[in-house]
Design a protein around this ligand. Structure first.
Ligand code: DHB
Ligand code: MG
Length: 225
């Protein structure tokens, strides 16, 4: 926590981020409106923003909007010609996200679709295959972990070559490899993802463990070839 605080003082200084106020609003408004405290933290938001800048992504898919905090970071990272399609299952979360997105001036760039990922993603696959929607060039999966593999496989059907697919919260304080959690749906979902990705010839992936103000966790970063 002290390391995050020290480095953030220098690298995430509010006066050097023209979007600081909008991001802070999204974070605090989400908590005030009763959303769970599971949003990305500022350092992770910035990490995502930097990934979007490195990849040059312009058409991003997000599964799990929550209050829109990560989407706002990614949209600012990509710039005004970046579009984000984000899926959210909870109507109240979507409403709060749209309020946060509007406050950030990003309503024209971030579209929130209401529904379960497993229901909405197949409709997007159809639209991409029918050329009614461009393929995605960056994917952030951060929703119900039970369906991580389903989301990954659906995303794979609608990405451009060399797209980065990032899956959040795969380590979960080490529960990933703890016998006591092996049967928990969310851990089982993430294990199914990692084991399936390991067999895919068209995907290269790695898990990076993280310690931060948001505990010990980690993400899987992958490239769909
Ligand atoms: C949880 C989910 C998340 O996406 C996250 O970043 C942290 C926690 C959760 O469901 O507990
Ligand atoms: Mg998450």
């Amino acid at each position: 926590t002290a390391v995050d605080e020290y480095t953030a003082t220098h690298l995430l200084a509010p006066e050097r981020n023209p979007h600081h106020e909008a991001l802070e609003f999204a974070y605090s408004n989400s908590l005030a409106k009763g959303l769970p405290d599971i949003a990305s933290y500022p350092g992770q938001g910035k990490f995502l923003s930097i990934q979007v800048q490195i990849t040059g992504a312009k058409n991003i898919l997000e599964v799990g909007t929550l209050g829109g905090y990560s989407a706002i970071w990614m949209a600012y990272g990509g710039g005004p010609d970046t579009h984000i399609t984000s899926i959210e299952v909870d109507a109240h979360h979507k409403e709060v996200a749209e309020e946060n997105i509007a406050r950030a001036g990003l309503s024209g760039q971030i579209e929130v679709l209401l529904g379960r990922g497993v229901d909405v993603l197949p409709t997007l696959v159809e639209e991409v295959k029918a050329d009614k929607r461009p393929p995605f060039d960056f994917v952030f999966i951060d929703a119900d972990k039970q369906n991580n593999l389903a989301y990954f496989d659906l995303a794979l059907q609608m990405v451009k070559p060399r797209t980065c697919i990032y899956v959040d919260n795969v380590v979960r304080r080490g529960h990933l490899v703890d016998e006591a959690y092996a049967k928990e749906d969310r851990i089982a979902g993430t294990r199914a993802l990692i084991e399936a990705v390991g067999k895919k010839e068209n995907v290269d992936a790695v898990v990076m463990q993280t310690v931060s103000i948001k505990n010990y966790d980690g993400f899987m970063i992958s490239i769909a070839k």
